[in-house]
Structure formats: structure tokens, C-alpha cells
Design a protein around this ligand. Structure first.
Ligand code: UTP
Length: 408
């Protein structure tokens, strides 16, 4: 794209500030900025008009989870089916590691964070070791996709190579980078993160499927006959991945997606809850739960909206293509965005100063026809690290690891 073309494109979207420092840039930075302008979708900025309005939701109704008692009764049936599915090479794992981990505030990718006390225990290590348990159990090297972002790709790849993938077979690992979206101020003007770079951030945890397809990796799915993908968050250090029982239960139930869930600790706990929305699977956020929903009971007299999601889903691959990304809503999220100020200095704000744009996995689920919420024991499988201290923190996750016999 030429300078004139870039100027015209920016003018159309009221974003002329992007070229403010253009004359100060060297030739390669000029070319990089023009390329970034060409590849940036500025039309998404109009969505800031919806900021703070909340999403329009349909009518919620309960979706019963498969509870531990039933899982226990049918454990062998589920386990055998899951092991068979894994051994046939029909299951892949996909680590969502494209996030910025701003709440934790550590430098570098979240997975490189070390929770060890007497030795190194990196988050990535915990995850890979958990997956290795299944590899050993099934004698199958499960295909592992790792989604990074432009912000952390190199550091992630370099670190995992340096650590020999913590024992995982390198040729079974495939990295890809998720797409980015521009970040803007409260007046919908994009920020600059450098004089020659528009501020961007990863496009949300649902960016994985479209980014994977753009990277041409759906070919691996087809070529290898992968029918199920278990996507999971980087920050749950007790995460069980490609759990044969969960896979078996989802296959036998014949659903479009399986979702690991935990029983809520309290009716108002801050977790998204699996439910139906206008008759289709969905997730209601904790702040959207009305008192009536919190009080609602199922046929056994238990709370009807009682199972929180832990970002561990098993998607049926054949249904993903229909989940076109242009149908997915774009969420406008208020965040702290580092930017170049009037004087050309980099500012790292302490408070939110604008918006990022994200697509969320819950919207993918809502486009599918059926979902199996599958209960797991919270203390054994859910130790998220979101914050440095307090709830869902390094401290609470370490405590849970120790309770599960993991040496730190
Ligand atoms: P979070 O929603 O906790 O976001 O991600 P985050 O970026 O890690 O942390 P904060 O909000 O900045 O503190 C849940 C999971 O989804 C992944 C994260 O890496 C994590 O595994 N994720 C999130 C992506 O892969 N891409 C994204 O764009 C957002």
C-alpha cells in the first residue's frame, strides 16, 4: 500500500493520527506501518458505540450437567470409548496461550511463569506433564496445537524449545499465531504503541478457529482424521487435557461440544454458568444472573444454574466450519492499553484507558446445537492463575497443587 492509499484509508475511518510520526520513521518502519494499515480492519472501531451497554441476550433456561455420581457409575464405559477415540488419532489438544495475562502482570508469556518453590515448575510444564499422563496411559502422542499471539510467539517457541517441550514430542506440536485487533481510546481513535505501529491486542479466546484456518492448519485436522479438539486455557495448572472419560462421555452423548464444569462454590460466584439461551447451549455470566435464576431449582431441588465453566471444551471438528467468524459478535472490552503520548513517549497506564475487541468462545458454543456439561472435581482440576494474589492467584493455585501431591 502506498502512503497516499494509506492516508485515504485512514481518512475514511477518521484515523489520520496513525501517520503523525511517519516522517520520523526509517524506510523499513515506514513500509511496516503501511503494511499494518493495509491489514488492519478499522471498521471494527464502530463497535465502540456498544461499549458498556451489555450484550443483548435471549431467554435463559437451565441445562442439566452430567454429575459426578453418574460419571462414576458409567466411568468404564466412558473411559474405554475415550481411550479408543484417542488411540484412533481422532483427538487433538489446543492450548490457548495468546492472551496478554495483564492481571498477573508478569513479563513474558503466562506459561513461562514459574510457580516452583524448591525447583522450577513452569505453568507450561504443569500443562504438558498433565497431557503426558494421557499420552502414557493411551500410548498415543496426541497432536498438540499451541496458539500464541504476535506479542508472545517468539518467546513461547524459544522457551519450549529450550526446555525440550518438557518431554513432549516436538514433531507432534504445531504453533500458530492468533489474529490481532487494533486497540483504541474512548473516542474510537486507535492508539499507537510505537511511532510506527498501531497498538494491537489478540482478538479474544475465540480467535483460535479462524486463526487456525487462516494458518492452513485445518488441513492437519483433515489429513490426520482429527474429529475432536480439546481447547483449554493456559492458566489452570491442574487442567486435565484430553481426559479419556470426558472424551468418551462427549462421544457417546453425540454432542457438538463437551464442556468441563465445576459445581459453583456459592450462588453468586464469579464464574460463567453453562445454560441454554433461546434453547441453544450458552454461558450466562455471573453478573447476568437474576435473583430468580440464582434461586431456581432443578427437579432434585438443587440449584438449576449451578455449574461454572473452566475454559476446557471439546469441540466436534465437523461442526466448526459452520461457526463462521463473521457471525460471531465482537465484544468491546475496557482495558489498559500502553500507548505513545503527544510527546512521543511510551505510557503504561495504571487504569483502563480505552477498548480492545474480542471474540469469545461462549459465542462459538451458542452457535452449536448441543453441549454436554461434564462435572469435574473442582479441587482436583481447577487451579486458575489470573492474579498475583487473592482469588484465582499464584498463591491459591500453589496451595491446590500441593493438595494434589504436586511438588513445587
Ligand atoms: P483470559 O481471559 O484470562 O485473558 O484468558 P488473559 O489475556 O490470559 O489475561 P488478562 O485478562 O489479560 O489478565 C483465558 C485464556 O484464553 C487465552 C489466554 O491465554 C488464556 O489461556 N486467550 C485469551 C487467548 O489465547 N487469546 C486471547 O485473545 C485472549
Amino acid at each position: 500500500m502506498t502512503f497516499e492509499e494509506a492516508k485515504e484509508k485512514l481518512g475514511k475511518f477518521g484515523q489520520e493520527q496513525v501517520l503523525k510520526y511517519y516522517d520520523e520513521l526509517d524506510e523499513s518502519s515506514k513500509a511496516a506501518l503501511l503494511a499494518q494499515i493495509e491489514n488492519t480492519d478499522f471498521s471494527i472501531l464502530k463497535h465502540t458505540a456498544n461499549a458498556g451497554k451489555g450484550d443483548e441476550r435471549g431467554e435463559f433456561s437451565p441445562l442439566a450437567a452430567m454429575q459426578l455420581s453418574e460419571i462414576e457409575k458409567r466411568r468404564d464405559e466412558f473411559y474405554n470409548e475415550g481411550v479408543k477415540t484417542i488411540r484412533e488419532g481422532k483427538t487433538a489438544a489446543l492450548l490457548l496461550a495468546g492472551g496478554m495475562g495483564t492481571r498477573l502482570g508478569a513479563d513474558g508469556p503466562k506459561g513461562m511463569f514459574d510457580i516452583g518453590e524448591t525447583k522450577h515448575v513452569y505453568i507450561f510444564q504443569r500443562i504438558i506433564e498433565n497431557l503426558l499422563d494421557v499420552v502414557k496411559e493411551t500410548d498415543t502422542w496426541i497432536r498438540l496445537f499451541i496458539m500464541t499471539s504476535e506479542k508472545n510467539h517468539e518467546a513461547t517457541v524459544e522457551f519450549l524449545k529450550e526446555q525440550n517441550f518438557f518431554g513432549y514430542k516436538e514433531d507432534r506440536v504445531v504453533f500458530f499465531q492468533q489474529d490481532m485487533a487494533p486497540a483504541c481510546d474512548y473516542n474510537s481513535k486507535v492508539y499507537m504503541e510505537e511511532k510506527g505501529r498501531i497498538a494491537t491486542s489478540p482478538n479474544g479466546n475465540a480467535g483460535w478457529y479462524s486463526s487456525m484456518v487462516r494458518a492452513g492448519l485445518d488441513k492437519i485436522l483433515t489429513d490426520e482424521g482429527i474429529e475432536w479438539i480439546n481447547i483449554f486455557a493456559v492458566d489452570n495448572v491442574l487442567q486435565r487435557i484430553c481426559d479419556p472419560c470426558f472424551i468418551g462421555a462427549s462421544v457417546i452423548a453425540g454432542v457438538s461440544v463437551g464442556s468441563k464444569v465445576v459445581r459453583k462454590a456459592a450462588p453468586d460466584e464469579r464464574v460463567g454458568v453453562m445454560c441454554l439461551e433461546d434453547g441453544k447451549p450458552s454461558i450466562v455470566e455471573y453478573y447476568e444472573l437474576s435473583q430468580e435464576m440464582m434461586d431456581a431449582k432443578d427437579e432434585n431441588g438443587d440449584p438449576a444454574y449451578n455449574y461454572g465453566v473452566i475454559l476446557n471444551y471439546l469441540f466436534r471438528v465437523s461442526e466448526l466450519a459452520a461457526v463462521a467468524d463473521d457471525r460471531m459478535p465482537l465484544h468491546v472490552v475496557e482495558k489498559k492499553i500502553p500507548y505513545i503520548n503527544e510527546k512521543g513517549e511510551l505510557v503504561k497506564p495504571e487504569e483502563p484507558n480505552g477498548y480492545k475487541f474480542e471474540q469469545l468462545v461462549l459465542d462459538m458454543i451458542h452457535q452449536l446445537d448441543s453441549c454436554l456439561p461434564f462435572e469435574v472435581v473442582r479441587e482436583k482440576e481447577f487451579a486458575p492463575i489470573k492474579n498475583a494474589t487473592g482469588v484465582d492467584s499464584v498463591e491459591s493455585a500453589k496451595e491446590l497443587c500441593k493438595k494434589n501431591g504436586i511438588e513445587l
